[in-house]
Design a protein. Structure first.
Length: 353
């Protein structure tokens, strides 16, 4: 039996940052994740994808963000159960929970934090008759290593942030990048849309809208795509390429967590965001992309905020009646479980003559 203060389901960015925030409160954490390494989607699906909305980082690769978070929380010595899926949860007479994985590993904690991101997921595939024949033969739904596209001709389809961000990134990697979207308007961030337009004006990206890919051309490997473009007169034409990357998002599933008696809404766990992101089961919290509440934004930085407030509530559950006085790390420093202490820097006063 593995015992801890906070049992975190999911070792993505939100789960890893929870370890740090809990550590500041002298609370120990153990994380369970079905993937074989920490990082969640950032490690498994798009480790080389640039992220632009992490504070203090104008741009950081998803894999590098994972490395930074692991480095940050390492001092608090979190435990990991990786390559195993959280299967069942049982409340004990003393109020603690026992969570058992699909491999039978049992974990006990007074607080459970579900930080499972989008859960298990599959890419949404376009309805192209012969697309399955070219999967892993030039058709990729997820970009793991952008280097395979170096000096290649690439066609990307989609209108969201992933399609825009990868078009921008691969413009400096691939020989040619063509972005195809069925509408003239894009769903991604405005600055990304403006950047794509700028690259189009510079001749570094070809933009085809409103249009969609209707067929794959090739013999054992992708050689091109058939495109139908709408307008006053619809027209069809082929684009030569080495890779076709449809980025239409992921279809998420909560998996066994959906059977834990939690209140679910549109494949996400409802929480009380007015207080601490607790679910309908006292002592069980949901933070990050896995939860939902009025005004919810599925952003990593929002998960960090939710993790911080959740840890404050967890402290009260674990230490009933004990008052915690918030101290800024710039004042208090950071204490690790290994007994080391990182002192806050002393203020420097500069005299103005």
């Amino acid at each position: 039996m593995i015992s801890t203060d906070i049992l975190i389901i999911g070792a993505g960015p939100t789960g890893l940052f929870t370890v740090f925030e809990a550590g500041l409160l002298k609370l120990k954490c153990h994380l369970i994740d079905a993937l074989p390494q920490p990082g969640g989607q950032c490690s498994e699906i798009y480790p080389k994808k640039p992220i632009y909305d992490i504070p203090a980082y104008p741009e950081i690769l998803a894999g590098d963000l994972t490395d930074k978070l692991l480095e940050q929380c390492k001092q608090f010595e979190p435990g990991f159960t990786l390559g195993e899926r959280a299967e069942t949860i049982e409340r004990q007479e003393d109020g603690t929970f026992i969570v058992t994985t699909n491999k039978g590993t049992k974990h006990q904690a007074p607080v459970v934090a579900i930080a499972g991101g989008l859960g298990s997921f599959e890419p949404r595939k376009p309805l192209i008759p012969n697309i399955a024949d070219f999967e892993d033969k030039g058709v990729e739904y997820i970009i793991k290593d952008p280097e395979i596209y170096r000096d290649k001709k690439v066609v990307i389809a989609g209108g969201g942030d992933s399609a825009l961000d990868w078009s921008i990134f691969l413009a400096d990697v691939a020989k040619e990048v063509t972005l195809i979207h069925r509408r003239n308007e894009f769903r991604g961030h405005l600055d990304s849309v403006e950047k794509v337009q700028e690259l189009k004006n510079l001749g570094k990206i070809s933009l085809v809208t409103p249009a969609e890919v209707i067929g794959i051309i090739g013999n054992g490997h992708v050689n091109g795509v058939a495109v139908k473009q709408s307008g006053e007169e619809d027209k069809e034409f082929n684009i030569e390429c080495d890779h076709f990357i449809p980025l239409f998002g992921l279809s998420p599933k909560l998996g066994p967590i959906a059977n834990w008696g939690l209140e679910i809404e549109k494949n996400a766990i409802k929480v009380n965001n007015a207080l601490d992101y607790q679910t309908n089961i006292p002592g069980v919290f949901a933070i990050g992309d896995v939860n939902t509440y009025p005004g919810k934004l599925k952003l990593i930085l929002c998960g960090f905020h939710e993790a911080t407030l959740m840890c404050q509530a967890a402290y009260q559950i674990i230490n009933p009646g004990k008052k915690y006085v918030l101290k800024y790390t710039t004042v208090s420093g950071v204490d690790g479980f290994d007994g080391t202490r990182k002192e806050a820097p002393k203020a420097v006063v500069k005299k103005i003559n």
